[in-house]
Design a protein. Structure first.
Length: 725
């Protein structure tokens, strides 16, 4: 099989074995990189070597924007915000919520950006800010129009909100501009009063009289002179001044849209700056992802377990019935569906899971549902969504920024700017939905006398199987009008072979972006997650410097072999203390934990061999079920994981099997190896026979050893027993 080309960026920085490189060029044999460690030497890597490196521990990269439009949006608006102290972070974000509310109401023509208009609509602005607060902090169950008071207790005056909006706009929408003392005045190296006086004079340029920049600059210089003479007569401190050329440069910084609208009218500005036709589409795989949520037009059975086998008819009738949500990710250039998740409600966790799924291969999931097609994943350069609460939440925004992707902030009420994902949902309604029993249809008239509740028989895994088979075997293989009759799968193969695909995400970056965040105290054993210890020399060095300090760690649910720890303003990758734990998923570990807790409930420490026996047995029989489970709503959330850890793994730890200490054993006569057991004619003291063995039983009386013979160990299917004690 011919390996596909990989499209590297000339401005990106790549790291191989922690050495920095810059991409130079590529050919059929491989790609050439220039070392940036001072030697400037050129090294060539074959495509086979690059495919082996990318995604491994030896590979890392720092992507850069690909287009001028992305460059304008590329700076992370949350840069350094998440690292501020909690009090400052809360103050800054609350100001941002008010600015978001102000801009949303302004775009809906419900108020004007004037102190009078904002003051008249103070209650409305506060209400919208409370909605932004609820969406950002993941309060998805909040009823926005409920009579119950919101927990958002922050207030602000009209002048303050307008000032924050100006500061944020002038700083390129970087939230750090909302911090006290940071804004346009500091960036221009001028005190606040002088800046305000100059800007009031310069804004006369935005009048309908259409003065020239030179005339306004001269007028401003004269106004500054008169004002400073007045201040001198009163003994006040004079204002700072600027030259006429500098003032003309300040005028040139005014936004072109605002200048045109103020000097020539809104109609002219709209005609001049409105987009003509559809916006420019992506031309290469991974250039742009569209992600959206869709409520399934059908009612299904809601169960704690994803399967219904073994349930009798009476039990099925008593199960609750409801509608599920789909989170779908589409690659715009190829119309290829790269991410799919079934969710119980609208939430940012499902959106993050769909985005994470889009960046990796899903061949195991395709095989689990019975499809013979491949299901590839690629790294996005930019992500576009609607204004749903799941995509406004801080966790989703953080995930997008952690993978160095550009987030295309959407326009309110403009689904036309997301045409590809919206059209896909239309295809879902027309083709796979007629095969789903329990349909709700678009409205009561279309539903007619169809009884949706009585015909609801599908569970989540069955619903997911229908849609995944449709995506892989029908949608990806059907001619697409938007691709001039080419199928999405062929488009992906063609572009992957010509322009290439972006490099896969480094393992550490994937863990930091999509991993579960937990806070732990560093101890002599390192940090612990679900009874698993993670430790390294680097982590212990931090413990010696800071003491037993609480650190934030991120765990990849798809691989528990490593954790990423944020300490001393840097990332540390810490391995699992148990060998060969790489590749174990969180879902597998939870299932094994239930079995181990039921069988060894009285023991506080388990040997790794027992754990791997359970993992191997479970994987042998439930590999497909675990693959499908990854797209279902039964995947535990962060809050549910906290309860599971407290109840399932509380007081439990895993250790390596005991290794014999050979230093005290006698050498064999031939000098090779050691003698285990009594040594004939050694002349040893007979009383030594009563001495304890070198490898003493680690489980004294009262603690049964895991290696002790047990009649029940003859049962090779013990791991199926669940909570049997």
């Amino acid at each position: 099989m011919k390996l596909p080309k990989i499209r590297f960026g000339e401005d990106d920085r790549y790291f191989i074995d922690r050495r920095p490189y810059r991409y130079v060029f590529s050919d059929e044999g491989g790609a050439c990189f220039q070392r940036l460690d001072g030697s400037n030497s050129i090294e060539k890597f074959s495509w086979f070597e690059l495919h082996s490196l990318i995604g491994g521990q030896r590979w890392d990269c720092i992507p850069q924007p690909r287009t001028s439009e992305a460059t304008d949006r590329a700076p992370d608006p949350f840069y350094s915000v998440w690292e501020l102290p909690e009090i400052q972070q809360t103050l800054l974000l609350n100001r941002w919520f008010f600015v978001r509310a102000l801009r949303k109401l302004r775009s809906a023509n419900r108020l004007k950006l004037t102190p009078e208009s904002v003051k008249e609509n103070e209650a409305l602005v506060h209400h919208e800010a409370a909605k932004e607060w609820s969406a950002y902090w993941g309060d998805f169950n909040k009823r926005y129009f409920s009579s119950k008071p919101t927990r958002f207790g922050f207030s602000a005056s009209a002048s303050s909100i307008l000032r924050w909006n100006r500061n944020l706009k002038n700083a390129g929408d970087r939230l750090i501009a909302l911090k006290d003392g940071r804004g346009k005045s500091r960036s221009l190296q001028i005190d606040q009063k002088s800046f305000q006086f100059i800007m009031r004079a310069l804004r006369e340029y935005l009048s309908e009289q259409r003065f020239t920049p030179t005339a306004i600059a001269k007028k401003t210089v004269l106004a500054l002179k008169v004002e400073n003479e007045r201040r001198a007569s009163k003994g006040e401190r004079p204002l700072e001044t600027r030259s006429r050329s500098a003032l003309i440069e300040w005028i040139a910084r005014f936004p072109a849209l605002e200048v045109t609208a103020s000097r020539e009218g809104i109609k002219v500005a709209r005609e001049k700056f409105s987009a003509v036709g559809k916006t420019q589409s992506a031309t290469r795989p991974g250039e742009l992802f569209e992600i959206d949520e869709w409520e399934v037009d059908a009612r299904t059975l809601i169960t704690v377990s994803p399967v219904r086998e073994g349930l009798d008819a009476d039990t099925l009738k008593r199960l609750p019935i409801g509608r599920r949500w789909l989170y779908v990710v589409v690659d715009v250039a190829t119309r290829y569906v790269v991410g799919f998740v079934v969710a119980s409600t609208q939430n940012s966790s499902s959106a993050i899971r769909a985005l994470e799924m889009a960046t990796r291969s899903k061949d195991d999931l395709a095989a689990a549902v019975g499809s013979s097609c491949h299901w590839v994943g690629i790294t996005p350069e930019s992500v576009r969504s609607d204004t749903g609460s799941a995509f406004s939440a801080k966790d989703f925004l953080r995930a997008v920024n952690e993978i160095f992707a550009t987030y295309d902030y959407p326009m309110v009420g403009e689904p036309g700017f997301r045409p590809y994902i919206e059209r896909l949902f239309g295809s879902f309604t027309m083709i796979p939905m007629p095969y789903v029993p329990g349909r709700t249809f678009r409205d009561p008239q279309e539903r007619g006398n169809y009884d949706s509740d009585s015909k609801a028989v599908l569970t989540d895994d069955q619903l997911a199987l229908i849609f995944i088979r449709y995506i892989l075997d029908v949608y990806h293989q059907s001619p697409h009008d938007g691709l001039n009759g080419e199928t999405p799968e062929n488009a992906m193969k063609r572009l992957a072979g010509t322009v290439g695909i972006p490099p896969a995400l480094p393992i550490a970056m994937r863990r930091r972006a999509f991993g579960l965040r937990k806070e732990r105290v560093v101890t002599a054993r390192g940090v612990q997650f679900f009874a698993i210890n993670y430790n390294s020399e680097e982590l212990q060095a931090i413990r010696r410097n800071l003491g037993s300090n609480t650190v934030a760690l991120y765990v990849n649910p798809q691989d528990l072999g490593f954790v990423s720890v944020w300490a001393e303003d840097r990332w540390i990758e810490v391995p699992c203390s148990i060998e060969n734990f790489n590749g174990v998923t969180l879902l597998e570990w939870l299932e094994v934990g239930k079995t181990l807790r039921g069988r060894y409930a009285a023991q506080a420490e388990l040997k790794s061999s027992v754990v791997f026996e359970a993992l191997s047995a479970m994987r042998a029989t439930s590999e497909n079920a675990m693959a499908i489970m990854g797209v279902l709503p039964q995947v535990p959330t962060s809050d549910q994981l906290k309860d599971l850890e407290n109840n399932l793994f509380w007081g439990l730890s895993i250790s390596e099997d005991a290794v014999p200490e050979l230093n005290d054993l006698p050498l064999a006569e031939d000098g090779l190896g050691y003698v285990v057991g009594p040594v004939a004619n050694s002349g040893a003291d007979p009383s030594a026979a009563a001495a304890p063995a070198v490898n003493e039983d680690p489980y004294p009386a009262g603690d049964k050893s895991l290696t002790e013979d047990d009649p029940s160990d003859d049962d090779t299917d013990w791991w199926r027993d669940g909570d049997k004690s």
